[in-house]
Design a protein around this ligand. Structure first.
Ligand code: HEM
Length: 478
């Protein structure tokens, strides 16, 4: 009898098949290992190293942090808050900052590492996107990095909520609002998440276990899977010679790949420690303990949440009633539909490109961005959309500093968020097409040298010199 497979089983079988995809031949794998060292390949490594820093500093914080909302009277060394009723979570984070030796440094390094971790994942995704590194057989790698981005953001949000300060309260309030805006199930879901009333006593311990155990375990699992896939398929590489200026780095890396990795790891640790030492981050004593109903001014969430903040700010305050249920589009659209659609399209992009571009071939060579004008234009449109939402999170600052009306700035972003990506798409596509057509012309007729010579008849002509072969320019054509 024919057995029907569930979508989950089909996906698992697909992944198993990919894991069995024949590896590149050994000689070519050696060549790939040598050729992979474009500087942009380092983003993935930096993400792994920042994660190691998060594990080490996080383990330290766990020893002193108290994930509890039990109310205590603060009697530590920070005088302005002495005698104030605060939660144990807040008091223990203050103690970590002022009483525990090296505690503030660890907190700050942990926080900086979180920002760098998510930034490195984002840059890795951009690198993979613009070079077409997600094409067969590396579709699962792409999904792994997209999932890592989502997990990293979730870890960042749960982490910032743990100290139970005013900024954490702001994030909790947003989570409450977003959950409640979900039609029909919203209120029940909120009760389930918060264990009853908002904010309640359950959310901090729940987020704690999610933060210190579930999310890091998922990240470790994905890194392990990625490693397995990279070992299986080898690295992608550029076919064209490395852009100028990279030769020295490449030569060093080829000679001593392990040493360069160790140096990169130490550099990541060093820079994060330096940042934790000199650049203050999340001074929760200045924000004060969380009080429901109050709101912080001047404090902003981590950079990775900026685009959501911007989307919420520019969304008109639409709210309707449908069949007796309130439909709060003002929150539902910017906080759930926009990011949901964004991450879905991001995850599905390789499949969409295969479906509409018709390229089902296996690719071990990377494209240069200009070689695939449409993909690069789509990427530029995506970056513009994300960037405008991100900038919209500073609508009040823009209005204040440039002496503009907040209303005008908000309307500018409402329009720009639709027109900007279209403009970026058209412009980028034209630039890519121009660059490739110029290269083709140079390959056919040689490069203009600017040297004019007079021929025997008294006429003038410019000397053209030959350029590299065209094949080296259109690496791994798609
Ligand atoms: C994906 C990795 C992780 C990210 C992105 C992340 C992010 C954060 C952030 C942004 C904070 C707020 C820090 C602050 O107070 O300024 C935080 C707090 C905390 N994290 Fe993590 N973290 C990660 C992994 C871990 C791990 C693996 C542990 C434990 C083994 C851990 C333990 C803690 C603890 C105990 C706190 C509360 C103490 C405090 O806020 O200072 N974290 N995390």
């Amino acid at each position: 009898m024919h057995k029907h497979k569930t979508p989950g089983q089909r996906a698992l079988n697909g992944l198993k098949t990919r894991m069995r995809t024949p590896a590149a031949p050994a000689s070519s794998r050696r060549a790939q290992a040598k050729a992979r060292d474009h500087w942009s390949f380092l983003f993935g490594e930096i993400a792994v190293y920042a994660f190691v820093v998060l594990l080490v500093t996080g383990a330290f914080l766990t020893v002193f942090f108290e994930p509890s909302t039990k109310v205590v009277t603060y009697d530590g060394s920070y005088a302005p808050l002495r005698g104030v009723q605060v939660s144990e979570a807040y008091a223990s984070t203050l103690d970590l900052s002022f009483e525990v030796r090296g505690g503030l440094l660890m907190r700050q390094v942990h926080h900086w590492a979180a920002l760098v971790f998510i930034a490195a994942i984002t840059l890795q995704l951009l690198r993979m996107f613009f070079t077409g590194a997600y094409r067969r057989p590396r579709g699962p790698n792409w999904l792994i990095w997209v999932s890592l981005l989502v997990l990293g953001m979730a870890a960042g949000v749960t982490g910032t909520i743990l100290p139970d300060d005013m900024l954490s309260g702001g994030s909790l309030g947003l989570i409450q609002g977003v959950t409640q805006s979900i039609p029909v199930f919203g209120t029940d879901l909120m009760g389930l998440l918060f264990g009853g009333e908002f904010p309640g006593d359950d959310i901090i311990p729940r987020f704690y276990w999610l933060h210190v155990l579930a999310l890091p375990a998922a990240v470790i699992g994905l890194f392990a899977l990625r490693r397995r896939l990279v070992q299986r398929h080898g690295h992608t590489r550029f076919q064209a010679p490395a852009p100028s200026g990279l030769a020295t780095f490449q030569t060093a890396r080829m000679a001593a790949p392990r040493a360069i990795s160790v140096a990169m790891f130490l550099a990541t640790c060093g820079i994060l420690t330096l940042l934790g030492t000199v650049a203050q981050i999340n001074p929760i004593w200045q924000f004060g303990p969380y009080k429901p109903g109050d709101i912080t001014a001047g404090a902003v969430p981590g950079w990775y949440m900026g685009f959501l903040d911007g989307a919420v700010r520019i969304m008109p305050g639409w709210e309707f009633e449908v069949a007796g249920h309130p439909l709060t589009l003002a929150v539902l659209v910017p906080a759930l539909i926009v990011p949901g659609a964004f991450f879905t399209v991001l995850a599905a992009y390789p499949a969409l490109e295969r479906r509409f571009g018709g390229d089902n071939d296996v690719h071990h060579f990377l494209d240069r961005p200009r070689d695939s004008a449409t993909r690069t234009a789509v990427g530029a449109a995506g970056i513009t959309f994300y960037g405008l939402l991100w900038a919209a999170a500073a609508n009040d600052q823009i209005a204040y500093n440039f002496h503009l009306s907040l209303f005008a700035v908000t309307w500018f972003f409402r329009i720009a968020v639709f027109l900007g990506p279209l403009l970026a798409f058209a412009l980028t596509q034209r630039i890519c097409l121009f660059l490739t057509s110029r290269e083709r012309q140079e390959a056919e007729h040689g490069r203009e040298t600017g040297r004019i010579v007079m021929n025997a008849d008294g006429g003038f002509s410019e000397i053209h010199e030959p350029v590299r072969e065209l094949t080296a320019l259109g690496a791994g054509s798609d």
